[in-house]
Design a protein around this ligand. Structure first.
Ligand code: AMP
Ligand code: GLY
Length: 446
């Protein structure tokens, strides 16, 4: 038993430490090691049924609630061996790569419960062309598109379109770097050369899409075959710098709910997008069990799909799961077994989180800088600090990735949540971190 100071939502009583092992029975393995996995671990920790959490590989923050296991998230054989050896009752997979590699199929074959889609169902994220075809076939609103394998054909098509910007998407997994919005022919040409001639991401296809406009939002749903259980809506901020400037990143901050998105928008998105896709996946013989993430845009012509992911979003999960009132272990377990998870309850509070990233991210950055003030920042019960990329050395917490921390504030409204998170960020010191201070800004009319 290891005593730890608990810094998540579920605070330990004043001055006490809590134990990593509780009296409850269930043993859970979480695969991944970022902020999303920290939020999943945090939610599982709140379940009275969960006794012990392992996380592979985890990070320094996750280590406060789970035992970190030094296995890479894509080492399926080692994860399977571990799950059997340690009598794991449920495995929950965070990232898309092991899902696409078929981790769920490997565990299911061995009779182990695992939460996430099969490799065949994960194709909805792994192939943009597959996702677009599926949407076309089942009448799901999205940007018009064509797919190309030949550089010359693709370039002629772009020339024929005659208008810019045009959206170019590499067909496979590209760690968020496979989408280019080309403003002119030169840029489109260079990108197509990169993707189809130089094979920058590997040999593959390119989807060329109509450019849509409007606010983006993320709707994550628990999905079990044709049944869809929507979560609360969140909004990510993908560009690196304030005012939506700079390169695309994995996400620099998020908040939930999103006042700009009405109940009608959400209804439409659930029925006309998520449910149609879930039913379509069943009809295609690739039934989806897990979290289906819709990256959606509220365009002047209605809500349309920008992309699908086969997993929880990061950093959306960090602002959505703290609002979950149901027991996440029940939800994961039911869906892993193909059963109905029942009604899922959320609180009415507002969350907003700032990502603290290493200077230079999403480009080159250095690691190993000490972070101080975390304990003070997390003293407020309305603050949760999720670790995205940290390591520990001699009791010190060090930066260990591009995105390092997600500081989430909770409040009755956006301003309150933002002020809390902002104050907490101000207490954290480190020589090599930056953040966008304009998360939720536009909504607040600033
Ligand atoms: P994705 O990786 O597909 O989410 O694309 C990354 C970002 O590119 C999205 O968050 C959008 O901001 C932008 N994007 C992708 N597709 C389109 C589109 N068809 N029209 C406008 N922007 C897009
Ligand atoms: N935040 C976007 C993603 O998880 O892909």
């Amino acid at each position: 038993m290891v005593g730890v100071i608990y810094t998540g939502l579920q605070k330990a009583p004043e001055g006490k430490t809590v134990s990593l092992e509780k009296m409850a029975e269930a043993r859970v393995l979480v695969v991944g090691g970022g902020g999303r996995e920290h939020a999943i671990v945090d939610a599982l920790y709140r379940s009275p049924q969960v006794g012990k959490i392992f996380c592979a590989p985890g990070n320094a923050g996750i280590a406060q609630q789970a035992e970190c296991v030094p296995i890479k998230d894509n080492d399926i054989d080692a994860l399977l061996t571990f799950a059997k050896q340690y009598s794991i009752d449920l495995t929950v997979v965070g990232p898309e790569v092991p899902l696409s590699m078929g981790i769920v199929d490997a565990f299911t074959e061995e009779g182990l419960d695992i939460f996430g889609p099969s490799g065949e169902a994960a194709l909805i994220e792994a192939s943009k062309d597959f996702a677009k075809e599926l949407m076309a076939k089942y009448g799901v609103p999205t940007a018009s598109y064509r797919t190309f394998t030949d550089y010359g054909d693709a370039l002629s098509y772009v020339k024929g379109q005659g208008s810019f910007p045009v959206v170019l998407k590499y067909d496979g997994l590209a760690a968020g770097k496979g989408v280019v919005i080309a403003e002119n022919l030169e840029e489109a040409d260079a990108t197509l050369k990169d993707m189809l001639v130089e094979d920058a991401f590997g040999e593959g296809k390119v989807v060329i899409e109509e450019f849509l406009t409007g606010p983006e939002f993320s709707l994550m749903c628990f999905v079990a075959g044709d049944k869809v259980y929507p979560m609360e809506i969140a909004q990510d901020h993908k560009r690196a710098y304030e005012g939506d400037k700079g390169p695309n990143t994995g996400g620099m901050g998020a908040y939930s709910p999103v006042p700009l998105i009405t109940d009608e928008d959400k209804e439409f998105a659930v029925h006309e997008i998520m449910e149609k896709v879930a039913a379509g996946m069943v009809s295609e013989g690739r039934p989806f069990y897990g979290v289906l993430y819709g990256g959606l845009m509220k365009t002047p012509a209605g809500v349309k799909v920008i992309e699908f992911n086969c997993r929880f979003g990061d950093p959306e999960t960090e602002v959505v799961l703290p609002r979950l009132r149901s027991d996440i272990y029940d939800i994961f377990k039911a869906i892993a077994r193909g059963e109905d998870p029942g009604e899922i309850l959320w609180d009415g509070e507002q969350t907003l989180g700032f990502v603290l990233a290493s200077k230079g991210y999403p480009g080159h950055y250095a690691k190993g800088f000490e972070i101080t003030g975390l304990k003070e920042a997390a003293e407020d019960p309305d603050i949760i600090i999720y670790h995205m990329g940290t390591a520990s050395k001699d009791e010190k917490i060090l930066t260990g990735g591009g995105r390092v921390l997600m500081v989430v504030g909770k409040g009755g409204n956006l301003q309150e949540a933002r002020d809390k998170a902002s104050e907490a960020v101000g207490k954290i010191t480190c020589g090599n971190l930056f953040h966008r201070s304009d998360i939720g800004w536009r909504v607040l009319g600033k």
